[in-house]
Design a protein around this ligand. Structure first.
Ligand code: BES
Ligand code: MN
Ligand code: MN
Length: 462
């Protein structure tokens, strides 16, 4: 596309500085202590979309954090691209594991990012990736190269389950009407191996509480004579996988789609080096379901993981005690066709069934969502593929990701359009972890590639 490279080199420093300012605000949706920061971030996004040339920009109130909506409709007969992203971020903890403060962005080089990466919470997930779209829009409007209509919907509750966005989408179907949804909130294989995400896993997130005796007990006086909630909880959790690392919940695999040999062979073509994978994580072996490769285990297979477990005495020294209660947070990643509400129910029933006498169980569902797969023969996919071809000089590989963006399945259900996941992050960018970062090269490459998607999508739609 004419001039995009020039435009980027001319405005590169401003593009970086604007993102850095955005990253300074701790828009943590999970923690009410950051409420004002989250709201302030929505205002900044609103202003940035106005500056980028959108004609209607509004902050749409919800029962939670607002949704920033913007549009530029140039011709009703042209296609409409709806861009989705999120301006909220994950909590930064554990803060002591960051090499630089999470809300004081710095640019440092890394092995994967010799041209530098911005280190800050939200750099990659999703402020940096979302803001690429704002800057691509600025380029297209200011150089008169916007080829179609655009709508933006940037939410502030993705990291806590998007409950209010679901309502907003259901209530605003006409306003949100579009021909394709474009999202940059995933990753790609490597900077020299571009890929387009064609699948996301679903999710069911539950919390369990085990209650034994009505108070904490002396572990000598009562130990061995009553059920210890922590002993029981860990035993119950351990029983959720068998010796082949299959999940033991009855009915869990009922709707899991088995990929054909051909599809698995196609997947296996994506470059992957197990030794480097292990080295990057400092582990001497991988672990998972028998019969599947690492890439299959985290993309096409459902999984169950404990995300947190607590109870009893964890302070300094020793305290001899049997705690009255024990807790765990458990996530299940699901594949398309597994219904997350059904899986949540199966988990609850099973967990209650395996509980021994003498304890009480409470299972509380948190949030969840359906998985998603998108075909590679759609106009949207083809347009994205051509765009990457131009800017990376290589045809991107379709890749199913293990992560979840639960709202994507709802978009398709309510708005009847396909989502294209053009992610520019790397798995090593440490999203949700300490030292999250986003490559400067990746940020600028995204800004360069996005306008081409619009161009090809409009051309192919004719
Ligand atoms: N952007 C991520 C999801 C993601 C990252 C998908 C990388 C594919 C590749 C998103 O912000 C996220 O973290 N989603 C949560 C689920 C949500 C309901 C909290 C997740 O996957 O844990
Ligand atoms: Mn995200
Ligand atoms: Mn996230």
């Amino acid at each position: 596309m004419k001039n995009i490279q020039n435009y980027i080199s001319e405005h590169k420093n401003r593009f970086l500085n604007e993102l850095i300012e955005l990253l300074k605000i701790p828009s943590v949706s999970a923690d009410p202590a950051y409420k004002n920061d989250v709201l302030k971030t929505a205002e900044i996004i609103k202003t940035s979309l106005e500056t980028a040339g959108c004609s209607t920009v509004e902050i749409c109130k919800t029962e939670g954090y607002p949704i920033v909506y913007a549009e530029k409709i140039i011709n009703k007969n042209l296609p409409t691209v709806l861009v989705y992203g999120h301006y909220d971020v994950q909590p930064a903890d554990p803060i002591e594991l960051w090499d630089s403060p999470p809300y004081e962005p710095v640019i440092k080089t890394t092995e994967k990012h010799p041209e530098g990466a911005i280190f800050a919470r939200g750099a990659c997930d999703d402020k940096g990736q979302m803001y690429m779209h704002v800057k691509a829009m600025e380029f297209m409007t200011s150089t008169n190269q916007l080829p179609c209509n655009v709508k933006f919907m940037i939410e502030g509750e993705e990291e806590v389950g998007s409950a209010n966005l679901a309502t907003f989408v259901k209530n605003n179907q006409e306003k949100l009407q579009n021909d394709v949804i474009l999202i940059s909130d995933t990753g790609m294989i490597a900077n020299d191996v571009p890929s387009i995400t064609t699948g996301l896993r679903g999710l069911s997130y539950v919390e369990v509480e085990i209650t034994g005796p009505n108070r904490d007990l002396h572990s000598g006086l009562y130990g061995g004579a009553v059920a210890n909630p922590i002993n029981i909880l860990t035993k119950m959790i351990a029983s959720l996988h068998d010796e082949n690392n299959h999940i033991t919940i009855p009915g869990f695999y009922d709707n899991v789609e088995e990929l054909s040999k051909e599809e698995r062979a196609e997947m296996a073509k994506a470059p992957f080096n197990l030794d480097n994978y292990k080295k990057a994580l400092d582990i001497d072996a991988v672990y998972g379901e028998t019969g599947y490769t690492t890439n299959e285990r985290n993309a096409i297979r459902p999984t169950l993981d404990v995300n947190g477990i607590w109870g009893g005495y964890t302070g300094e020294g020793a305290k001899t005690v049997i705690a009255s209660k024990a807790y765990a947070k458990i996530s299940m990643r699901l594949v398309p066709n597994q219904d997350w509400k059904n899986i949540t129910q199966l988990f609850k029933t099973h967990f209650e069934n395996i509980a021994p006498k003498g304890i009480k169980i409470k299972v509380t569902p948190h949030h969840g969502g359906q998985g998603y797969v998108t075909p590679i023969n759609s106009i949207g996919y083809k347009a994205a593929s051509k765009a990457y071809q131009d800017t990376f000089g290589k045809t991107p590989i379709p890749q199913r990701s293990g992560g979840s963006i639960p709202i994507v399945a709802l978009f398709e259900q309510e708005l009847k359009s396909k989502t294209i996941l053009m992610g520019f992050g790397l798995d090593s960018d440490a999203i949700h972890s300490p030292n999250e970062h986003f490559g400067v090269w990746n940020y600028l490459k995204g800004i360069e590639t996005i306008p081409l998607f619009y161009k090809y999508f409009t051309e192919l739609s004719k």
